[in-house]
Ligand binder design. Structure first.
Ligand code: DGJ
Length: 532
C-alpha cells in the first residue's frame, strides 16, 4: 500500500510527499462554481492539461455535499476524483463550509434558515445583517465563530467528506491536500458583538494562550509584538492586547473553530490540511479585510489554536508579491500559494516561487480565464496598478504551458536541490537585472520585460540548467585568480523521463561574447570553465 500524502521537512526543505515521492504542485485553482458540475469540468481539466498543470484546486461545497442534515451526496466528490485520474492529475479539495471569503454563502439551506440554532455574527450590537458600503454595498450576514452548533455541524460534514475521500481514494491518493474553509474571518467589524462575544471579550484571556503569546513575541509582526509587550501581564483581551485585541480575539475563536473542523476530518483521513487567507493591506484596519483570518499578523494565534492545520497559504492578489512570499517564509514555513492572478507575470512567478522559495504549491486562480482578456474592474479590486500593462494583460497559455512542461521534466532534480543554495531564481517583475553567484561564475540575468524570469539549478561543477524567459544571460568569471572563462557546452533541450534530451547545440554565434538571449521560454544546459 502506498503511503498517504504528507508534508515533510528534511534537511531544511519542505516537501509534499505523494505516492512515496516528493512533488511540486504546478497547480491551478478553478472558479468557484466550475466543480459543481462534472460535465462543465471536462473543459476545465482540458485547460489544466493544456497549461501543463499536475493538480487542480477544486471547491467542494457544504450545501451540495449535505443538502439535508445527515444526508450526504458524494457524487460530485467521487466524480471529480475519477475525472482527475482519467486526466492523470491530482486534486486539492477546498472545503467551502462555514466560510467562503468571510461569508457563509455555501452553507446548506437548513443551516441558513435556522438562524436560532446556527447563529449569525453581530457586526454591530443586536445586528446580524449589515450592508458593507465599502464593499459594493454587500448584504452581509456571516455565521459566527462562536456558535458550537454550527461548528459541530460543519465538523460532521467535513468528517464525512474526508471519510469518503479515504473510501474512494485511500489507495490511489489522487487527493493530496485539503483546504479547510476558504478565507475565514469577519468583515465590517473586527469582532462579533453579540452578548456572548462581549462576555468572552471582557473576561480574562485564557491563561495558556496568554502565556503562549508572551513567550512568542520574537516571531510576531511589529504591531502585535508591541501590543503584547505593552499589555498587562493578565487581564481581559483589551488589557492584554490593547489596539490589537479585537482581531486577536476573532483569530482565537476562528482558529479554534477551524481546528475543530480539521480535527474531525483528520480523524477520518489524515491528509495534509491547509488554510488560505484574504490578505491585509499595510495599515488597513481589521474588518476592512476579514478579521481573524490566518494572515501573518495573527500567525502565532493560529499556531497555538490550530495544530491540525499543516500549511498556511496566502492568496496573493496584492501588488507586493515578493514581500508576501518573504513574509510567509520568514518563520521557516513552506510557501504554498493557492491563489494568485492569471496576468502576464503568472508564468515567471511560477519559476520564481520554485527557484527562490522552493515552494510546495503555486496555483493561479481562475485558470479557465488564462489567455482571455482580464477584467479591469476585478484587477483594480485586487489593487493591481492599472497603468501597468504587464499586470493588466492575461498570461498567454503557450508560455505558461511551455514553462510548466519544462519544470515537470526537471521536477526530481528541482526537488533534490530544495533547501540548498544550488537552486535560485529571479523575476523581471521585481528586478531589472539579477546577478547569481554560483560556483565561481557570475550569471547575469537581465530581463527584457516584467514577464521575464530565470531559474538556475547548479548540476555539478560549473554546470547549470537554466530555465529562462525574456532574459539576456551573460556569464563572467567570479574568481579573482581565474578570470578566463570558456564555454564547454551550451545546449537547449528538456528532460524526458529524467534524461536530458538535447535540442540544438549552441556553442557558436548564439553565445558570442558569452551572452545568450532567451526571448521564448527555454531550458539550457550550460557547462563553463574558468581558468587563470
Ligand atoms: C479569493 C477567493 O478565495 C476565491 O474563492 C475567489 O473568490 C477569488 N478571491 C476571486 O477572485
Amino acid at each position: 500500500m502506498k503511503a498517504i500524502p504528507s508534508i515533510v521537512n528534511k534537511d531544511g526543505a519542505w516537501k509534499l510527499m505523494a505516492d512515496g515521492k516528493p512533488m511540486i504542485l504546478l497547480a491551478g485553482e478553478v472558479h468557484n462554481s466550475s466543480s459543481s458540475s462534472l460535465s462543465y469540468m471536462e473543459q476545465v481539466w482540458e485547460q489544466g492539461k493544456k497549461l501543463g498543470m499536475n493538480c487542480l484546486l477544486l471547491p467542494v461545497t457544504w450545501e451540495l455535499l449535505e443538502p439535508e442534515e445527515g444526508h450526504f451526496d458524494f457524487s460530485l466528490v467521487d466524480g471529480l476524483i475519477m475525472q482527475a485520474r482519467q486526466h492523470e492529475m491530482k486534486i486539492s479539495f477546498l472545503w467551502f463550509g462555514t466560510w467562503k471569503n468571510a461569508q457563509s454563502t455555501y452553507a446548506p439551506e437548513w443551516v441558513k434558515k435556522d438562524t436560532k440554532r446556527f447563529k449569525r455574527a453581530q457586526l454591530e450590537k443586536g445586528k446580524s445583517f449589515v450592508r458593507v458600503k465599502k464593499f459594493y454595498d454587500l448584504a452581509y450576514s456571516p455565521l459566527t465563530y462562536l456558535c458550537e452548533e454550527t461548528m459541530q455541524a460543519d465538523a460532521r460534514a467535513f468528517a464525512a467528506l474526508m471519510a469518503e475521500i479515504r473510501r474512494v481514494d485511500g489507495e490511489e491518493h489522487t487527493v493530496v491536500t485539503v483546504q479547510v474553509e476558504n478565507e475565514t474571518g469577519i468583515m465590517a467589524a473586527a469582532r462579533d458583538h453579540s452578548d456572548e462575544a462581549d462576555a468572552l471579550f471582557y473576561a480574562p484571556v485564557p491563561a495558556d494562550f496568554a502565556s503562549y503569546m508572551q513567550e512568542h513575541t520574537d516571531t510576531m509582526v511589529p504591531v502585535v509584538r508591541k501590543a503584547v509587550e505593552n499589555g498587562k501581564e493578565i487581564g481581559s483581551w483589551q488589557d492584554m492586547f490593547g489596539d490589537q485585541a479585537e482581531e486577536l480575539f476573532s483569530a482565537y475563536y476562528t482558529a479554534r473553530y477551524v481546528n475543530t473542523v480539521a480535527e474531525a476530518g483528520k480523524r477520518e483521513y489524515p491528509l495534509p490540511l491547509t488554510v488560505n487567507c484574504w490578505l491585509n493591506r499595510e495599515g488597513a484596519s481589521a474588518g476592512s479585510y476579514p478579521s481573524g483570518g490566518p494572515i501573518s499578523k495573527v500567525r502565532e494565534v493560529w499556531k497555538f489554536c490550530a495544530p491540525n492545520i499543516d500549511i498556511y497559504g496566502p492568496d496573493i492578489y496584492l501588488p507586493d508579491f515578493q514581500g508576501i512570499c518573504e513574509e510567509y517564509t520568514r518563520r521557516g514555513e513552506p510557501l504554498y500559494i493557492p491563489e494568485c492572478p492569471t496576468h502576464s507575470c503568472a508564468a515567471s512567478r511560477n519559476l520564481y516561487c520554485i527557484g527562490k522559495f522552493h515552494c510546495i504549491c503555486y496555483s493561479p486562480f481562475g485558470i479557465e480565464d488564462m489567455g482571455r482578456p482580464l477584467d479591469p474592474a476585478q484587477m483594480a479590486l485586487f489593487g493591481a496598478d492599472a497603468s501597468d500593462p504587464a499586470l493588466m494583460t492575461s498570461q498567454d497559455v503557450e508560455t505558461y504551458s511551455r514553462i510548466n512542461h519544462l519544470l515537470r521534466g526537471m521536477m526530481d532534480r528541482l526537488l533534490s536541490s530544495y533547501g540548498s543554495d544550488r537552486l535560485d531564481a529571479a523575476s523581471g517583475e521585481f528586478v531589472k537585472e539579477n546577478i547569481f553567484h554560483m560556483d565561481g561564475i557570475q550569471i547575469r540575468a537581465k530581463f527584457t520585460g516584467k514577464e521575464g524570469g530565470c531559474l538556475i539549478l547548479r548540476e555539478s561543477e560549473q554546470e547549470f540548467y537554466i530555465l529562462a524567459y525574456k532574459t539576456w544571460l551573460h556569464f563572467i568569471s567570479d574568481c579573482q585568480d581565474a578570470q578566463g572563462i570558456d564555454v564547454l557546452a551550451f545546449e537547449e533541450g528538456q528532460f524526458e523521463n529524467g534524461n536530458w534530451q538535447r535540442g540544438r547545440r549552441l556553442n557558436g554565434d548564439e553565445v558570442v561574447a558569452n551572452t545568450f538571449a532567451a526571448e521564448e521560454p527555454v531550458l539550457l544546459r550550460v557547462k563553463l570553465f574558468t581558468f587563470a
